[in-house]
Write a protein that binds this ligand. Sequence first.
Ligand code: ATP
Length: 232
Amino acid sequence: MLEARDLSVSYGRTQAVQSLSLKVQEGEIVTVLGANGAGKTSLLKALQGMVRPAAGQVLFKGQSILGHSAARRVGEGLVMVPEGRQIFVSLTVHDNLLMGAYTRKDRIEAEIDAIYQRFPNLAARRDMPASVLSGGEQQMLAIGRALLSKPALMMLDEPSLGLSPLLVKALFKLIGDLNREGLSILLVEQNTHMALATAHRAYVLELGRLVLQGDASTLADDPRMAEAYLGS
Ligand code: ATP
């Protein structure tokens, strides 16, 4: 469904992503792991169209989308939930959700109701400014907003950052539920344990380069992962 081919991202002389190739097949959860500065966010931004790659190709549903704007990619079904949520704190919860539907011309009331059913805490605060939400609720709002663009593939950038262990568990359950409902997912995470337990496949980046890839369950048992990322 989504493919990066020999993708490179540079900021001046900093090579954030170096000739990286990865795929997300329809129905998969794929996780991208790596330390701070490994290039994970730069990769997602290039896939979403927020930074222009220095080289390489991005294909979505078999077509090159390299020349498509970020907004056009959202309309095509590729949506990113950025790190730090990036919700509009001065707008109400409801207005934040409506922002997620800006590419839609059809009626979305029933879908917004479905979001509120999925996230009752958001329903209870629908007319309050998003600034009153807890970190976990803001993450749910960001995901709810992204769902309203009817994505085929959702990219999540470190969604568990700053959440309590209980909320992290709920978040990964949500990711699994959304996937079972048909959403393909590309998940950037620092929570290696939870990401490998949830994903089908994983890629590991170091300094912009791919160093390991494979089935998530196989990588979870790989001694190289244990040394570098699993704290053992
Ligand atoms: P983190 O987990 O800290 O977000 P990351 O794996 O997502 O890290 P990136 O944020 O993609 O990594 O950063 C990769 C490299 O690119 C780093 O060396 C970083 O300093 C650099 N970098 C990222 N954004 C910019 C920018 N806008 N301008 C210059 N250098 C940048």
